[in-house]
Design a protein around this ligand. Structure first.
Ligand code: C2E
Ligand code: CA
Ligand code: CA
Ligand code: CA
Length: 291
């Protein structure tokens, strides 16, 4: 049975939605003041517990089952609207704050996975994004091992997402770190695939489980023959390398039908669900169990 889009038309014209606001203004002087103010605010955000995670379902295209969720970071400064990751992650990267923030994300997502299990839900794969600094700068395998032990999270249900560009920055170090993570039982996914310059063949040296096709290729899939050809080729080649393929940013039933027809394994997108609070995921999993 072909998975149906919830209400694709509803989502198409909305951007990343809602009440995000940009910290950046055109004037350079004002921009650097704003930049500093924001850096301070980001620094305090962890102790003030202003971060939270939303989770977006990852859906099995052939069955329609929710097979996992991706943890997506949100910042809700007190008395201000929610800030989108694109408005603060680059600064957090630049200042190195992404390391403690990323650590918080890892621990929170692992603890959430354990909490869902304890609440009687079926196991759900939780995917966490790792930033370049986190992945290349610190001993990430050791940090992950420590947090797995602390939270009691089962590594077999954890996926770490790394972008293609991070892999290519230092392939030898990346391969070693990934081997350590893979030996712990953690799965690894290449995020935003297609936006970097690596070939699929160059990925052979890394112990990768999945490829995530970037939203930029998915959004024009049904209008742009080039994008359709790229997506098609990525799915076919990935499968020949025994990799699981996930399409990001699926918004319409036409996109979904194309992906289904071409054998894409999983998808994420507004077509099925936006990222939601943990309670929303629990409700979804319970509804699926009852059905
Ligand atoms: P990403 O890892 O590629 O995550 C997918 C992004 O696409 C998310 O944006 C998600 O909300 C959005 N998305 C999902 N489905 C659709 C759709 O159908 N249409 C559209 N237009 N968008 C869709 P979000 O949550 O704003 O995150 C943006 C980026 O910020 C992420 O891109 C990731 O690179 C980064 N990010 C988010 N959370 C974390 C984190 O905990 N750590 C790190 N290092 N980066 C994170
Ligand atoms: Ca991701
Ligand atoms: Ca992406
Ligand atoms: Ca195009």
């Amino acid at each position: 049975t072909l998975l149906k889009c919830a209400d694709s038309a509803m989502y198409q014209s909305k951007g990343t939605g809602g009440n995000h606001y940009s910290f950046y203004v055109a004037d350079m002087g004002a921009q650097s003041v704003e930049h500093l103010r924001m850096e301070g605010a980001l620094q305090r955000a962890l102790q003030r517990q202003e971060f939270l995670l939303h989770y977006q379902p990852v859906v099995d295209i052939a069955t329609g089952n929710v097979s996992g969720v991706e943890a997506l970071l949100r910042w809700k400064p007190h008395g201000r609207p929610m800030v989108a990751p694109s408005d603060f992650i680059p600064l957090a990267e630049e200042t190195g704050l992404i390391v403690p923030i990323g650590e918080w994300v890892l621990e929170t997502a692992m603890a959430q996975q354990v909490a869902w299990l304890r609440r009687g839900l079926p196991p759900v794969r939780v995917s966490v994004n790792l930033s370049a600094r986190q992945f290349l700068g610190q001993d990430v395998a050791q940090r992950v091992a420590a947090l797995l032990a602390k939270t009691g999270c089962d590594p077999r249900w954890l996926t770490l997402e790394i972008t293609e560009s991070v892999l290519m920055q230092n392939p030898a170090a990346a391969a070693e770190t990934m081997a350590r993570l893979a030996n712990m039982g953690v799965q690894l996914a290449i995020d935003d695939f297609g936006t970097g310059y690596s070939s699929l063949a160059s990925l052979k040296r890394f112990p990768i489980h999945s490829l995530k096709i970037d939203r930029s290729f998915v959004s024009d899939l049904t209008q742009d023959a080039d994008d359709a050809a790229i997506v098609n080729a990525v799915i076919a080649l990935a499968h020949s390398m025994k990799l699981n393929v996930i399409a990001e940013g699926v918004e319409t039933s036409e996109q979904l039908a194309f992906l289904h027809e071409h054998g894409c394994d999983q998808m994420q997108g507004y077509c099925f669900s936006r990222p939601v609070e943990p309670q929303g995921i629990e409700a979804l999993l319970r509804a699926a169990e009852a059905a």
